[in-house]
Design a protein around this ligand. Sequence first.
Ligand code: C5P
Length: 368
Amino acid sequence: PIRLLARRMVTFSIVVPSLAQDLGNGLAALSSDALGVGQAAQACEGSSSDVDGVVGTQALGADVLDAGALEHGTDGAAGQNAGTGGSGTHQDAACAVLADDLVSTLALARNCPLLAAPAMNLQMWSNPATQRNVATLRSDGIALLGPASGDQACGEVGLGRMIEAEEIVEDVVAFFQPKHLAGKCVLMTAGPTFEAIDPVRGITNLSSGKMGFALARAAREAGADVTLVCGPVSQATPRGITRINVASALKMHAEVMQRIAGQDVFIGVAAVADYRPATPSAQKIKKDGSGDVPAMDFVENPDILAGVAQSDQARSGKLYCVGFAAESHDLLKHASAKRLRKSVPLLVGNIGPATFGKDDNALLLIDD
Ligand code: C5P
């Protein structure tokens, strides 16, 4: 995950295991009803004269601290009163901060976004005090990653699990991407299709789904609501994406067509089979020893991209359609012709054999 972050040019901090406890305490403190204003103020005071940035710490701290409690002094008692809804006029304010360890102090002293991945027991998570503080964190612009639902260390099952490390990486990467597609709905196809010959055989192709899945991930990182209709692939579903698995082109076509209403963008990345066996056998076709090969008729599959591009939504300009072309030669010529044939405003060309299953690719974008 760290290599991935580095490759995506994301700056990150590594918390060494011995600080893990501090991290837990720090985040727990951020979501705690208890107010330790005195400690927070002390932590700020102690270093404000030495380091320029720490002046900011105090200011930032004061921003989220209960102002009344700050006025009333820096001893721990003031904090405790505030936490229990004590008598001070300002102490009913929602803000509560305890910054008596490294991580929570750093959380206050930062001038960068803060993301937190909560990890706690389901009762703790659903406790109104926690939820109040979660709302405060969110309204302060702090992003919460998760929690997930599932088995907990205490033996209970429910909401509160920390999301997996890989999911945190995905969310952190997504957080820092410009949100060019915020509020947009993107429908995509990816992978190959599988056209059954009989219950155990079929016709498919070498599409790995990598391109479609990478684009789906990128669209989600750019803020889109992404639905991915995909053929049989072994790609992991990117976080936050609605995935619909299909096998045949007919099924892919049906799933796409019933979802285009309300979409802003359609991207057809799938390598859809052009033809399917006209009458797949209900039983496995057996070799009879005669040496005769079975006869097989084919029918043409619907062109999903062309169909979507001809919809009222696309023709009225409400739905932007993007197609892909995998060619073996004369990329510009063939891809340009394909763009016109499919009536799409943008077609992405690539050299098929140099592309399938690869992590890196070169693309030619052709628009009007
Ligand atoms: O005609 P060709 O298959 O080369 O066109 C490729 C583009 O058309 C891709 O965007 C692919 O997803 C889309 N396509 C489709 N339905 C088909 C065939 C291709 O959506 N039946």
